[in-house]
Ligand binder design. Structure first.
Ligand SMILES: Cc1cc2nc3c(=O)[nH]c(=O)nc-3n(C[C@H](O)[C@H](O)[C@H](O)COP(=O)(O)OP(=O)(O)OC[C@H]3O[C@@H](n4cnc5c(N)ncnc54)[C@H](O)[C@@H]3O)c2cc1C
Length: 476
């Protein structure tokens, strides 16, 4: 069969309305920031897992590559194909039509859902039975639960609930030969051999199509207390984190950090956002506690923590949110960082994690390295401090960027310098955004040959013809 026969067969299978070609594919082959653009033979939107399996079999017969796609919110170019001219054009298999919540079990604290449900839809389904899905991040309204599993998304709730990996109980997966692995279990204990679901979590569409997920839920906290805090330094912020963990235990929900430059970018470009403290501070923390119970005791607990922190010489200032609207205002600053940076110039985002003791050293050394290469750069920093996960961002104003002689070479040098510092400090160069097509060179540079060979063996076993999301995650 030639490509047009494959498209006809896909149309016959899903209905013509669910196979897109030509300009209609543009939103599916273009990354959300427009940084990666590719080409596809077509985009197909199956209705259920049996259609997914049939599509996979058709593509396998045609030796046509296939790219599983969720909400296309990837930060690393993983969700769009390569431009034409790099082998056979792939079929993009988009799961947007598969959005059925299959079952919510309040007693078992679990939910089973089609992979195309958005993360926000899973959160809402949990909330409807007074439970909580603990994973939360900026793109949760568009990112699909299947995509978040395929990228092992982290976000702001990792400190308390873990990243996506810790919240997956089971998966249903269509494998590259079209067979279906029925691993949709909601057991908390199952010691029956290799834990296969772990292979697909973080596999970025290279090993199969996740068609359904079973997830852990948690009791839903109904009391919340929040503060915006100015620590004396990043090191003081880490001491406050330890104090908060000691005094608040599992009530500590979020411990996010932003530097002054980051706040300036949000204030300058996001309408309706206000300065949270009377005096601008070099470092800022958003601290959130939550529990099931009354708000007043939680508020008092947070106040006690901050009084102790002040006595210990850790903080210069703090503002407690006194109502829900103020909590929302604090979160709005945090969730607007991408918008603020994007509107400030060309931005290069790093997704670094280092051991907590090295966080301050990393920021200091990486900032100095960046400035030695481009003095005009602004360096907003935002991070999930509780996880040691820092998004150091390099922002270069557009006028300056356009005047640069060799901008791509500069970006390359900046990347190499920052990744080298993270590696020297025992850190990782991709804490939560995955590899996609963006970080293939780092896979080659920093993963050991043994680790890479193991990954390639797994890939070859499951996908011997290399058809699933080629050119992503594993360097050739
Ligand atoms: C504003 C913004 C904020 C973000 N904040 C965070 C954050 O704080 N923490 C964090 O970890 N991430 C964050 N992200 C990135 C986010 O985690 C990922 O974009 C998201 O998890 C991917 O889900 P998706 O449905 O959009 O998948 P896509 O972007 O469509 O795909 C991502 C990868 O998963 C694969 N894939 C998708 N669906 C499936 C499936 N059903 N089966 C197999 N493979 C599949 C794709 O092939 C691709 O390799 C953010 C993104 C944005 C845009």
């Amino acid at each position: 069969m030639n490509p047009s026969e494959l498209i006809s067969a896909l149309r016959a299978l899903t209905g013509a309305a669910h196979v897109l070609e030509g300009p209609d594919t543009t939103p599916y082959v273009t990354e959300w920031r427009g940084r990666f653009r590719g080409d596809a033979l077509c985009v197909v939107k199956p209705a259920d897992r049996d259609q997914v399996a049939a599509i996979v079999r058709l593509c396998a017969q045609h030796r046509t590559p296939l790219l599983p796609q969720g909400g296309n919110t990837s930060m690393s170019g993983g969700s769009v194909p390569a431009p034409a001219g790099q082998g056979t054009l792939p079929v993009v298999l988009n799961l947007a039509r598969m959005r059925r919540i299959r079952q919510v079990d309040a007693l078992n604290h679990s939910v089973e859902a089609d992979a195309g449900c958005t993360v926000a839809e899973i959160q809402a389904a949990a909330e409807a039975v007074d439970r909580l899905y603990g994973v939360s991040f900026g793109a949760e309204g568009s990112a699909q639960i299947g995509g978040s599993v395929a990228t092992n998304a982290g976000g702001t709730g990792v400190l308390r609930y873990g990243n996506t990996r810790e919240n997956v109980l089971g998966l249903e997966v269509v494998l590259p030969d079209g067979s279906i692995w029925e691993g949709l279990r909601t057991l908390r204990k199952d010691n029956t051999g290799y834990d296969l679901k772990q292979l697909f979590i973080g596999s970025e569409g290279t090993l199969g199509v996740i068609t359904a997920v079973a997830l852990k839920l948690h009791p839903r906290p109904n009391a919340q207390a929040m503060a915006w805090v100015a620590p004396h330094s990043l090191q003081a912020a880490l001491s406050l984190l330890a104090l908060a963990q000691q005094q608040c235990g599992t009530r500590l929900n979020a411990f996010e950090v932003l530097n002054r430059t980051q706040i300036e970018h949000v204030l300058a470009h996001v309408p309706g956002v206000r300065e949270p403290l009377a005096q601008p501070a070099p470092w800022n923390l958003l601290i959130e506690l939550s529990e099931h119970g009354q708000s007043a005791p939680l508020q008092e607990r947070l106040e006690r923590l901050l009084v102790q922190a002040e006595q210990d010489g850790l903080i210069a200032d703090a503002a407690l949110a006194s109502n829900q609207a103020q909590c929302a205002d604090f979160w709005r600053i945090r969730s607007s960082v991408s918008e603020g940076n994007r509107k400030s110039g060309m931005s290069l985002v790093f997704d670094i994690a280092v051991p907590l003791v090295q966080v301050a050293a990393f920021i200091e050394r990486a900032s100095a390295a960046v400035r030695s290469m481009i003095d005009a750069a602004r360096i907003p920093v935002v991070g999930h401090l509780g996880d040691g996960n820092m998004h150091l961002v390099i922002v270069i104003e557009w006028a300056h960027w356009h005047a640069l002689q060799e901008p791509q070479a500069l970006l390359q040098r900046l990347r190499e310098a920052v990744y080298a510092i993270a590696a020297e400090l025992g850190g990782t160069w991709s804490a939560e955004h995955g590899i996609g097509s963006l970080l293939l060179a780092q896979m080659q540079q920093y993963k050991s040959p043994v680790e890479l060979q193991l990954m390639r063996s797994i890939k070859a076993t499951l996908d011997p013809h290399g058809l699933f999301n080629p050119g992503k995650l594993l360097p050739q």
